[in-house]
Design a protein around this ligand. Sequence first.
Ligand SMILES: Cc1ncc(COP(=O)(O)O)c(C=O)c1O
Length: 466
Amino acid sequence: MRAPGASRADAPPDPAPAAAAEARSRAWRNDRAHVFHPWSAQGALDPVVVTGASGAHFWDERGRRWLDFASQLVNVNAGHQHPRIVEAIRAQASALCTVAPYHAHPVRGEAARMIAGRAPGDLDRVFFTSGGAEAVENALRLARLHTGRHKVFSAYRSYHGATAGAILATGDPRRWASEPGAAGFVHFWGPYPYRSAFHARTPEEECERALAHLADTLAAEGAHTVAAILLETVVGANGVLVPPDGYLAGVRRLCDAHGIVMIADEVMCGFGRCGEWFAVDRWGVVPDLIAFAKGVNSGYVPLGGVLIGARIAAGFDARPYPGGLTYSGHPLACAAAVACMRVYEDEDLIARTRRLGETVLGPALEAMCARHPSVGEVRGLGLFWAVELVRDRRTREPLVPFNAAGADNAPMAAFADACKARGLWPFVHANRTHLAPPLTIAEDELRTGLEILDDALSVADRYAAT
Ligand SMILES: Cc1ncc(COP(=O)(O)O)c(C=O)c1O
């Protein structure tokens, strides 16, 4: 199965002559001297100098080439350098590079129309941002203004972005360094059957108990003080946690019962990644707001936004919305979004993603789970999967401790190195590897990547009890 026009497995250029090699090492030196990288101790960095990419592959200045099982940061859903998206950006750049957000613009309007047309329920208005964190910030602002309340509920196992509010809503350890911040961010445990916080034995029990825990936490906090429940529909960086059937509908009911705004963060899981336009579609749940970014235009030009339901949008018919961004609805980003959504449709990528998850990725990972003592669980949807690595399948002790740093992380580093040495670029976080290749990946490329993963898991097995 090959998506039309999908696999452009172009070879990287030959290893370069001396002059070009010098120029490339200058790129590395410039980076190390002047680029301050996110989330990193700067002194320890040795970044790959990426010089090109095509389809599901990218390569570096030394001619090394990797199959991108991370879609960079789970954003390049349409694959690298898709010619239709590149052309759309080129055409828009020739016509008009930028325009202030207070003007109307044909491509911005078309992008909003297309996004709204694919969104569930009455989510009909789009506020554009430049990325995911800003989308979350504006969703929180909308929820607070709509309700007149201030508290925000979100899950411990979550990531919502690195700006002031989004990082406080984030549940994972990335939040700690930004505390204390504004008050009113409350965290709760979401469902995670493999490591149930509720001693549940089945997904049904997990669902019921996770909802009871959320209801109790709301009661303890005063549900009337809560503006929003913000949750990733499918938790991304914290483990590709697919909610049990009934969970999202239960959250919707709690929000309705208490007048709380339900915000789905679909920055990572939206736009086809889970085999649906929006992951909520799988469960037929309509949130009040959806935060999106990444896959909306595959990150070719930075773009994010908030989809706004009718009730909340109506509140700003007469009063001004007190928020804005110079680059809201940037024409180059919107042109990329229009082209990207057309690619998803014309290449039937969303249904194909669902099918590949069910027929190729899921079964292959289940088989690896049975073979490798280091694999505790595999889970996912579409082209969005996690392999959870453990020291001991019986106790489920993670292969590296929670929030491991330095030497403690050696088993995961060895696993990642084994993938990279064989030509696979993995997404590695904590004790997991996530599989999130471009949705355009050819089936033979996907199978090749799975073979490399299978091999690399033998390295992880060395650290696991047999
Ligand atoms: C679920 C989720 N929300 C928000 C963000 C923040 O997006 P950005 O990095 O574009 O600000 C991310 C980024 O990975 C994410 O995964």
